[in-house]
Design a binder for this molecule. Structure first.
Ligand code: HEM
Length: 259
């Protein structure tokens, strides 16, 4: 089933009878499939609650304002070459100083993190991340999960925002409207526990629902913050919208308006 309306999307995302499609549970330790079986993103019930608690605790120790300044400084240091900057800044905040190693490992692992397409490169990326972030298994998994959730989504947000940027837009207004009108994540999936059917929530369509957003197709930074669903909703929304916005804003702060 495909959900395209804003109200229906919110109802599904708020209903515990819809869960993320289950992932393989018996994969060898240190592989991408092993990681996917342990992160909050793909778990349900008590395991989800505990894993989400760990992630939320970890995020509470990271100050979005400091992340924004650090992302700006690193982008300036790299003369505007911003790819990898949000992940390097997040990694440093989580205790990893070797930015090149970290970003390469995240890059390798994040391709299949959401899709579930696994392979030796992705497995090697996860193994490297586990080495770079040593500790109790659940804490290491939470830190790796945060890096993988952040990497592609923030890069997509910055890239899409740059494509829409016009002189005079504030960074915040540009990011809010990019999140609504041109989101980096286009859809999310659920399994209906009652019927076994897969439900696809089309975030682009829900964010352009004419009942909620007037002239929904038009990119208009003057809208300010809107009730878009790009960070999810309900039972398991993204726990890090402030961190995501701060990292993206820090990069944009450092780029000239015409870039
Ligand atoms: C533009 C950037 C981002 C977008 C659009 C985004 C979007 C989302 C969405 C839609 C979900 C929920 C998926 C679902 O309900 O099926 C989610 C979950 C999550 N996000 Fe984000 N995210 C972004 C950045 C980040 C960042 C920067 C972090 C961490 C620093 C992060 C950490 C997480 C985690 C840990 C979850 C899983 C939460 C759970 O299942 O309990 N995200 N994100």
């Amino acid at each position: 089933m495909l959900i395209t309306r804003h109200e229906e999307a919110r109802a599904v995302l708020s209903d515990i009878r819809y869960v993320p499609p289950p992932v393989r549970q018996d994969a060898p330790e240190g592989t991408l499939a092993w990681l996917r079986a342990r992160v909050s993103r793909f778990s349900t019930g008590a395991a989800h609650a505990e894993r989400r608690r760990l992630v939320t605790e970890l995020l509470a120790a990271l100050d979005p304002g400091a992340l924004r300044s650090a992302a700006r400084a690193m982008t300036l240091e790299r003369h505007g070459d911003w790819q990898g900057v949000p992940t390097a800044v997040l990694g440093r905040a989580l205790g990893v100083d070797d930015a090149a190693k970290l970003v390469a490992a995240v890059e390798a692992a994040s391709t299949g993190y959401l899709s579930g397409v696994v392979g030796p490169e992705a497995d090697a990326g996860v193994a490297e991340l586990v080495r770079l972030l040593p500790g109790e298994e659940a804490e290491t998994v939470a830190r790796v999960c945060v890096l993988l959730q952040a990497h592609t989504a923030i890069a997509g947000l910055v890239g899409n925002a740059l494509a829409h940027a016009r002189p005079g837009d504030t960074v915040e207004a540009l990011l809010h409207e990019t999140l609504r009108q041109d989101p980096p994540l286009k859809a999310t999936r659920r399994l209906d526990l009652r019927t076994g059917d897969e439900v696809v929530i089309d975030l682009v369509a829900a964010n352009r629902d004419p009942d909620v957003f007037p002239e929904a197709a038009r990119f208009d930074p003057a809208r300010g913050e809107t009730p878009h669903l790009t960070f999810g909703y309900g039972v398991r929304p993204c726990p890090a919208p402030a961190h995501a916005l701060a990292l993206a804003a820090g990069v944009l702060d450092a780029l000239p308006e015409e870039s």
